[in-house]
Design a protein around this ligand. Structure first.
Ligand SMILES: [Mg+2]
Length: 381
């Protein structure tokens, strides 16, 4: 048996010029922060994870050091307690799964019980571009082989958002499945805007149904269960559009509420910020068993993208995830920027991603880039 002998946490910032104007953030981002977690065992192996900044974790590292890396049940239970007492520590769960895979010489998706490494992707855009640019983006994605695209709302007026959606739909017809992210579930710390209420959300939903939108994402605050139940029931009575959400929902009991109260059709928790791979694997299977879709949020760096792809492939597979989120919106959000900690950016293949048989998460860090971008803070500016 090997033991855990070290947990190292480093912060990095990639300067962004031009800045990245993420539609859900009122402040254009001039830096892309990445926190890397490495967990080392006594045999010299290293597991890699990434996600939140791990603020407040240092006091708890001793509850993992000296332990067997393969004892994932104990690690997951302790991480859940750390999540309650400090910040979100889930990068360490990802790093531990990467290490377990390296010990067992198997990829994480296989360790979780997956049978196929292939997942269909939807292109997740981020920037509020002009109508001609959004239409151009849609055609570029079609040319690349994507069959689904997510559009962001949140322009100065709802009319602006709807004009973009209508123009894209008119131009591509039914060749692209369209999703709309309303981004009402949570806010950046500096953003004081109130989320929509159910009346506003329903007014938007009616228009989206008219454009044959496949899912309406985060139309309400993440805790507005009554609103989601009502909205979903109205939407289902009016058409076939689905309601998606839960990308930053944190606790298992909250997912139980969302399921029991019929709030959502598509559940999007991200293992970098919610329960890790350990906690989301059973939650994903429960969502799938209830006849719902489990399609994790993946907006972050390539390590998080990979971890969520392994999670979906290992638990519900292609059928249960329908599409996985592929965050890419060049030039401001290129895969080179997204995946800068890695030796090579992850590549989609005609709207699909195929996980490899490499042990663990199958990723390799670019140590030279990490040395160049090292920082004392993990902020967006
Ligand atoms: Mg979203």
């Amino acid at each position: 048996m090997s033991t855990i002998v070290g947990i190292d946490i480093t912060h990095h910032q990639l300067p962004l010029d031009p800045p990245f104007p993420a539609s859900w953030d009122p402040q254009p981002r001039t830096k892309f922060p990445v926190t890397i977690v490495r967990v080392r065992d006594s045999e010299g192996r290293e597991g890699i994870g990434s996600g939140d900044a791990m603020h407040g974790f240092a006091d708890y590292a001793r509850y993992f050091l000296g332990e067997d890396p393969l004892d994932m049940a104990q690690h997951a239970a302790r991480l859940m307690n750390v999540d309650f007492h400090a910040g979100r520590p889930w990068s360490l769960d990802l790093a531990l799964w990467d290490l377990v895979g390296k010990i067992e010489q198997r990829p994480v998706w296989q360790l979780l019980g997956g049978t196929s490494p292939r997942l269909r992707l939807y292109a997740s855009t981020a920037v509020h571009r002009s109508i001609p640019e959004m239409v151009q983006t849609a055609h570029r994605l079609l040319d690349q082989g994507f069959d689904a695209m997510k559009v962001r709302f949140g322009r100065p007026t709802l009319g602006d958002d709807l004009a973009v959606l209508e123009a894209v739909r008119d131009s591509v017809g039914d060749r692209l499945t369209l999703m709309v992210d309303c981004n009402q579930g949570w806010r950046m710390p500096w953003d004081g805007r109130r989320p929509w209420d159910v009346v506003t959300a329903w007014g938007v939903a009616e228009r989206l149904i008219g454009e044959d939108v496949f899912w309406m994402e985060e139309p309400l605050h993440r805790g507005d269960y009554a609103g989601m139940t009502e909205l979903r029931s109205r939407v289902r009575a009016a058409g076939s559009m689905r309601i998606a959400g839960g990308e930053m929902t944190r606790e298992p009991y909250e997912f139980r509420e969302l399921l029991d109260r019929e709030c959502l059709d598509v559940f999007q928790p991200d293992c970098t910020c919610t329960q890790g791979i350990s906690g989301l694997a059973p939650i994903g299977r429960r969502i799938d068993a209830a006849g719902k879709v489990f399609s994790p949020h993946t907006w972050g760096n390539g390590i998080g993208v990979m971890a969520n792809l392994h999670l979906a492939a290992g638990t519900v597979g292609q059928a249960g995830s329908l599409w996985m989120e592929w965050p890419e919106d060049p030039p401001e959000w290129s895969i080179e920027r997204r995946d800068y900690p890695l030796t090579a950016p992850l590549r989609a293949d005609g709207g699909w991603f195929e996980l490899s048989d490499r042990p663990g998460l199958g990723i390799e860090l670019d140590e030279a880039v990490l040395a160049r971008t090292v920082s004392t803070v993990a902020t967006f500016d």
